[in-house]
Structures are given as C-alpha cells and as structure tokens.
Design a binder for this molecule. Sequence first.
Ligand code: ATP
Ligand code: MG
Length: 357
Amino acid sequence: MPTVWVLGAGQLGAMLKQAAYPLALRVEPVEPESEQLPAIKDGDIITVEREQWPDTAVTRHMSQQSGFMNADIFGKIADRFHQKTMLDTLGINTAPWRSVEVDTQAKSLHAALGPDVLLKRREGGYDGKGQFWLYQDKGLDVPSDWLGTGIAEKKIPFNEELSLVGARDKDGNKVFYPLTLNLHRNGILMASVAPLARVDHLQGKAESMLGKIMDAADYIGVMAMECFRVGEELIVNELAPRVHNSGHWTQAGACVSQFEMHLRAVSGLPIKAPEVRGQSVMINVIGVERETNWLKIPSTQCYWYGKDVRPGRKLGHININHPKKSAVQTALNELRNLLPENYGDVFDWVKEELSSL
Ligand code: ATP
Ligand code: MG
C-alpha cells in the first residue's frame, strides 16, 4: 500500500492517522515548518488537512509531487474571491458578495449588499478570525487594511447553520453523511447535532449542490459544505476541501467515519454510503483545560488534541452517541456539570434540538 502523507500535522492529520489503522494504511502527517523533507516515494499519495499553507521547503516539496491529490482545487477554494466566483459560475446559491478592491468604499458596499456587511479576508481566516462587520448606522468606512484583501458579504438572516460532508472517489461515485446542524459562537463551531429528522427533506438538495461542486472540480476525497438555512433555501457559506469539524460526530455515529472515508477515497479503496447509527452530538472543547472526569461519562468519546490551552482555541471535542435520545441527554447533563458555565447556552441549544426529535 502507498503511504498517505498529510500536509499539516494538527488534530485533523492525527485523526486521519488514527482512522488509517483498520485499513493498514500508513498515514504520515507532516508539519509544514519541519526541517526535514518527507521521504515520498513513487505511488505515494499526498493529501491535506488544511486548504492553505505557508510557502516552505516542505510544502513546496509536497505540492510538487505527482501524487498530490486535488492539486487544482486549493487555489479555487483557499481564496474566498475564487471560491465565491466558482460558486457563482456553478449557479450555486451563496451569500451575495463583492470584492473589496483598493478603492472600494463602504457606501458602494452598502448600496449593493445592505446595511450590515461582513468583510472576510480573502485568505487565511478560520474560526471567525479574519472577519469585520461594517455597519452602515455606525458610519464606518472600509478599514484601510481591508482594502484589496477581502470580500464583502451580505448579512444572511439565517434560521440556522447546516453542513454537509460528502466524499467522491476517482470514478465519480459520491456518498454523503446526513446534514448536520451546527451552533457557532463568535464564528467558532461549538456543537453539532446529527442526524436530524426535521432537515431530512433538505438532504437531496444539499447533496446535489455538493455533488455538483465535487464533480466540477473532479474532486477526490471528503469535502464539507457549510450552509445557511433560510426557510427552505440552502445558501452556501463556505467550502472546505478536507475533513471538517462538523463531521467529527461520524467517528462515533457512522460505520465509516469521515476520516476513514477520506483515506479510502484518496487511496483508491471503495467508499460506501455511511450507515448512521443512533443519535450523535459533538461538543467542541474551546479554551477549556482537560478534565479527566469527562472520560467517565457513558456514551461518549473524548478527543484531546494535546495543544496548549488558550482562550478561544479548539483543544478537543467530545462525541456523544447512543441509540436512545434519553441516554444522549443523560450524557449531556453529566457533561454540562463538567464544563464551564459559559457552555450553558450550548447545552440548552442541544437539549432543545433533541427534544424536538
Ligand atoms: P471556519 O472556521 O469554518 O473556516 P471562518 O472563520 O472561515 O470559519 P465563516 O465560516 O465564513 O468563517 O464564518 C464564520 C461564521 O460567521 C459562520 O459560521 C456564521 O455563523 C457567521 N457568518 C459568516 N458569514 C455570514 C453572513 N454572510 N451572514 C451572517 N453570518 C455570517
Ligand atoms: Mg466556516
């Protein structure tokens, strides 16, 4: 079997490595700043855990390999200008937007996009970083450091945020996980719930949107599509050409996790429609110290990324899965007592969703 090299050595790379074991695949995450070049052999596969990377000896080496999967996609997705252009070209619903050029004025953005406009950096934003709200009633101008570096989006008055994780193999076969409901706070994913019967009727629509995107890019592997639901409409917020935080629940709640699915697709192994088991909830651990008592809670899996604790930083996640919703609820109640009080609204949100099922 070829080795699968992962550009990036964060938690996604680590979880890809974990998922490789049953496939007896060798997966090697590579730190972009590493001094040593990976010993890539003919026939090896190179994939990524991030859509953007610094220009280093390692990243230059990896991205020049013939086994570098989806080489063309990163230029199209990592820069929001190109990503939005691609969505427009494919006729896929996305938040109305404008490019922020060196001479763009707030007035013209408000005229085109309304009173509340969200500036997003073209490149490098994540977890709500690289965003700036331009409110007309505050009389703000476009800050000078945004000129020529961003796009501007219309504020979408969404009902909720849903994401779809899918995979495509080299023959164009596609499989999808059920739509996942996501709660973000300050631009950071806090919790996901899946599956969710009340959004089942949107599954087909979501699959055809992501399917079209993956087909157009001749994409191989897992891709995630973040959406806003506005009534019965789905509006694409952004795409991630990789495994995604909103798919972490699949580690506990699907017969093939998103990590294994990605590895299967990129290494030419069969992919299959993932059978989903029970009810899953994923809670992200944001800026919170490790608590070993989490490990005692029934129906949970704890993932701790081994990163230094910093406010607002993703440090781990906890998957809760059980066939019975009441058992999921019990686990949530126990976990709630072991997380800081500011998680209260996250647990309230999950509880309400579960009770609606
Ligand atoms: P990620 O970590 O997922 O890559 P990000 O920081 O790159 O996130 P987005 O996903 O574009 O940025 O935005 C983060 C969050 O900000 C969204 O999940 C949503 O809650 C909110 N948001 C983004 N765009 C809009 C918009 N046009 N209207 C209203 N809210 C928005
Ligand atoms: Mg996002």
